[in-house]
Design a protein around this ligand. Structure first.
Ligand code: ADP
Length: 503
């Protein structure tokens, strides 16, 4: 075959003479192509050499090629070494900084080839140089951007971000991974990622299945228990992404893991809270239904004349206890309504003094029962607010009821209605046991009772309802108490004032 090749050349070899070769080399502008003698002096110079290095042939022919090398490479004796290697091995290739005529640098790709005559004697060298500064700049930019990205990923602390090879062995590790899982990079790189899974999950083949799903769909998301180095469990949110190179070949996986233990705990608590409130609302309804006919029956009994004093006493006990039960259950229903946002206010201008007077009238029997002294101070000018009468009455009577209920017999209760800036203030003060400072911030929370006293018969709903109703009226409520027995407590409700209606 080899023997035939000359005969099949499209152009007979004798048509390409030395002059044509010379022309071809001279015309190339993208490569500096020139000859060196055995000592490294320049003997020819093409258009590309002139363009890249800036010298005209007459400036450079005869000079030593080390003129193109910056000082640090000369100190290293690179030019002489290059020729030695080229003559020993036939060729030498290198990349590095070279100088132009004007002293500026460019990044050069250099190939030096030793030239020998028929007898194998070294007659000189050919040197081909390419300016690859642009490529180098691009590579440098890419390197820096990759470096920045690597630093960014490594520095992230809230997410474990790491790479797996196609078999699932860990190939990289960031600060977040160390923080979440407890392993240092050198302990974990190279190990299989199933290390993070509880034994039963590994036995079920799930880790491998996750990789297969990520590979099939591009990425895969999961939540589940994972293990830290110390064996403790955490609830992890995981995203696995299959990684492919430019040609679509699978090269591994990126895995991002977040510790969601706290979030899961909050979610569980929220679910539980929602279930309890739904249950409370349902319970309220179920208990309230039979109360209506019982109340009717008691009212009818109260209209009848009963001969027996004992029966009359029983009837009155039923009536009183029924009242109490209705109050409790209505509170329960209100809590359900408020937490589910189903409460609506019937807003209209309300003179607060009337509300205060009505509330006092409602709680009067309890105040008298405990023989409390009641003093009332009302602002002389009318105090109007925008509100729902029934709900405001509920607010004030509840506070007054607490004052009467918690203050030992023969206590003092002071009710005041006043103006302060653009607000109306209702203050209810007693001289009962007061509320210790550490409990003050909690008493408006649902179901909170400082100490459960069966005799006061509450559920810890009242103040929570009062606060929610006041908030719905764009007002606020505060509690003041030193906690010293006998110094009592004061509850102040502030509501935005409005002008008295014209009629
Ligand atoms: P309840 O009265 O049903 O227990 P509340 O929400 O009305 O629930 O009150 C919460 C707690 O705040 C009460 O259990 C009681 O310990 C305390 N408290 C409320 N008002 C007073 C008051 N005037 N004096 C002393 N303690 C009070």
């Amino acid at each position: 075959m080899q023997t035939n090749s000359q005969a099949t050349l499209p152009v007979p070899a004798d048509h390409v003479d030395d002059a044509m070769f010379r022309l071809m080399v001279d015309a190339v502008t993208d490569y500096a192509i020139f000859l060196l003698d055995v000592d490294g002096h320049i003997r020819s110079w093409n258009a590309g050499a002139q363009r890249i290095k800036g010298y005209a042939p007459e400036d450079i022919i005869g000079r030593h090629f080390s003129i193109f090398y910056p000082e640090e490479l000369l100190a290293d004796d690179l030019p002489a070494r290059e020729l030695r290697i080229a003559s020993a091995e036939g060729r030498f290739e290198d990349e590095g900084w070279r100088l132009r005529k004007d002293g500026s640098r460019f990044w050069a790709n250099v190939v030096i080839t030793a030239l020998r005559d028929r007898d194998g004697r070294l007659v000189g060298f050919s040197k081909i140089t390419r300016d690859v500064s642009e490529r180098r700049e691009y590579e440098e930019l890419l390197r820096r951007s990759e470096e920045r990205f690597r630093l960014l990923v490594e520095g992230v602390r809230d997410y474990a971000i790491f790479m797996l090879d196609p078999q699932g062995n860990i190939a990289s590790w960031n600060a977040g991974a160390q923080q979440t899982k407890g392993y240092a990079a050198e302990e974990i790189i190279g190990r299989h990622f199933s290390t993070f899974y509880p034994p039963d999950v590994i036995a079920s083949g799930w880790p491998q299945r996750e990789l297969e799903l990520a590979l099939a769909h591009g990425s895969f998301e999961d939540e589940g228990w994972r293990l830290r180095k110390d064996g403790s469990r955490f609830w992890a949110g995981v995203v696995i992404t299959a990684l492919r190179d430019h040609e679509g070949r699978h090269i591994g996986f990126a895995k991002l893991t977040r510790d969601l233990t706290e979030r899961r705990r909050v979610r569980t608590l929220e679910d539980e809270g929602r279930r309890i409130t739904t249950f409370v609302a349902m319970l309220g309804h179920e208990l309230r239904n039979p109360l209506a006919p019982i109340m009717n029956a008691v009212s009818i009994m109260q209209l009848e004349h009963l001969e027996s004093a004992r029966l009359r006493m029983c009837r009155d006990i039923i009536a009183r206890q029924l009242q109490h039960m209705v109050r409790l259950i209505d509170d329960l229903l209100d809590v359900g309504r408020i937490t589910s946002g189903k409460i609506t206010l019937d807003l209209q201008p309300v003179p607060l003094a009337e509300i205060v007077t009505d509330a006092i009238e409602m709680v009067q029997p309890l105040i008298e029962q405990h023989r409390h002294a009641l003093s009332v101070t009302l602002d002389e000018a009318p105090v109007w607010v925008m509100g729902d009468r029934a709900r405001l009455l509920q607010v004030v009577s509840n506070l007054l009821n607490n004052a009467a209920k918690y203050t030992p017999a023969r206590g003092r209760i002071e009710v005041a209605l006043r103006r302060s800036d653009a607000h109306a203030e209702v203050s209810i003060r007693d001289n009962g046991p007061g509320i210790a400072p550490q409990h003050l911030k909690d008493i408006f929370n649902l179901f909170v009772q400082v100490e459960h006293r069966p005799d006061t018969g509450g559920l810890g709903l009242g103040l929570s309802l009062v606060q929610q109703l006041v908030t719905l009226h764009r007002g606020e409520i505060s509690a003041f108490s030193s906690g010293e027995p006998g110094k009592g407590s004061e509850f102040v409700v502030r509501l935005p004032l409005i002008a008295a209606p014209a009629d």
